[in-house]
Design a protein around this ligand. Structure first.
Ligand SMILES: Cc1cc2nc3c(=O)[nH]c(=O)nc-3n(C[C@H](O)[C@H](O)[C@H](O)COP(=O)(O)O)c2cc1C
Length: 194
């Protein structure tokens, strides 16, 4: 897989530099729970507020019922490419503790766990693409979750496919350079990055 165009002010670890969110997944390669195990283990070891670990993940493999439910909840702009992935995952946050008190950082904690997952998955040669474009309430119902939990995001995970197989518009998007705000815009205080 070629590294998408990116400019950086500082060198970062090659693993982090390699991570990106491609849309071209192999529609024939398959994954299983053992192949995803290291990435979920990495997610498990993410830090969380008060070690609350308010995350959980519902996994579907291409062709099974859970995969169908997750893909069905996606906006069509996402399902058009994500349905080819070997697996799709619903990322669930627990929003309240046992006493009904709001867990105010659970969405933040879940995001960190997914970040850990995506970096470990990259190390394993997998690609991960996160999504907010889906019907969270419909998926909550079809997965039979309780009121304390919310589906915050989805991600597709698999092995790289050929971008040439994507619809033309998506193919063009894949070829765009990856861009970021400058460090000076997002890091302030006692620093002054160029
Ligand atoms: C919370 C979240 C929601 C996202 N939602 C979508 C989505 O619905 N559809 C999509 O194609 N990409 C989605 N993305 C992927 C982002 O567009 C992508 O991470 C961003 O453009 C930066 O690109 P990179 O991951 O390749 O560095 C989402 C990413 C995150 C973290």
């Amino acid at each position: 897989m070629s590294e998408p165009t990116a400019t950086r002010s500082f060198d970062i670890d090659p693993l982090l530099a390699r991570r990106s969110s491609p849309r071209a997944f192999s529609a024939t390669d398959t994954l299983n729970q053992d192949l995803l195990g290291p990435a979920f283990e990495a997610a498990r070891w993410a830090p969380s507020s008060g070690n609350s670990q308010p995350w959980s993940f519902v996994v579907g493999f291409r062709g099974d019922d859970t995969f169908g439910k997750i893909v069905e909840s996606m906006a069509t702009g996402n399902s058009v490419w994500a349905a080819h992935a070997s697996a799709v995952v619903a990322c669930v946050a627990r929003m309240e503790n046992e006493e009904g008190k709001a867990l105010s950082h659970s969405v933040y904690d879940l995001g960190q766990a997914v970040a850990h997952f995506s970096v470990q998955a990259t190390a394993e040669g997998l690609i991960v693409h996160q999504m907010a474009g889906f019907d969270s309430q419909a998926l909550h119902a079809s997965l039979g979750l309780d009121a304390r939990h919310q589906v915050i995001t989805l991600f597709a995970v698999g092995t790289p496919g050929d971008p040439a197989d994507l619809p033309e518009k998506l193919r063009e998007r894949e070829a765009l350079p990856r861009v970021r705000k400058p460090l000076a815009e997002v890091v302030t205080g006692s620093v002054s990055y160029a």
